[in-house]
Write a protein of this length. Sequence first.
Length: 327
Amino acid sequence: MPSPRRSRVSLRVAMVAMAATALTAVMGCGPWSGANPRHHAAASPGLPNAGVSPAGADDPNEQPLPGAEPSSPTPSHPPLGPEEVRLASGRVYVLPDQARPRPGASRPLLLVLHSFGGTWQRLRTVGRFEERAARLGFVVAYGIGADRSWNAGSCCGWSQSRDADDVGYLVSVAADVRRRIPDVDPRRIYLTGFSNGAMMTLRALCERPRVFAAGVGVAGQLVGRCAGGAPIHYLEIHGTVDAVVPYAGGRVGWLGVTFPPVSGLPARVRAGAPGSVVEIRTHPCGHVWPTGDQCGLDAAEVGWEFLSRYALPASTPHHAAGHEATR
């Protein structure tokens, strides 16, 4: 029979273990959190963080282990869900069932891009895009990056290391949505994204300014050059205490990227694309998608106000040619 002292020690150990388990569940910490303490660096003491987790991705559980070689992307032909569309290339995007043709309508299209390690489902929930689409009269679709990453230039993950043609993928998605939803206005095709998705938004705008009319990025940066032969229209929404893509710029070791200051973004874009409209909107939070109740603005609402100001010129040839898709 164990001694009373040993029983008390065992009880204390069990209680500590239970408390740790409960705390982990509340914080949403996954196996990557311990491997990368920087995941929580963006959660600055005394400053609010709303929306997605300040982990450089939508969810700490979804963030790849920094420094490790990413696994191969998911198989090229996984089972499709009811809202998923497979392009002839084998890649998939999501078109909600509510995005159906409306006789006599002419609606904009918004392509939404998740973060590095994130998922379209999380950004869908945070941004409430389908609710907004129904209210404001646009069509929404969600891009899916290979291995939860986008090749934005010098960032990030599998897609960048394999030089994935993500710009071509987004052009194909836009073309396929137009084929399925004939009332989509080809002059008003927009992009928005979070973190690596924001970086991808900028790259696609810069390289295909005659396909995408405007874009909004949250916690992003330009990680390449902007030289597409035409002006772009872009709004960057950024937290002033962001430690993943620092507002003041700097080296982020686990990403292997040195970011320039966000304040210099307009000049960098205009240097390669003269006449571009680039605006910056800040909030007092970290690496998050602001929802308004804590960070002082609603990124999706502010973003749509910006996007709706722009359309491609009527004379612009629309090079949104893509491959046929199958369900």
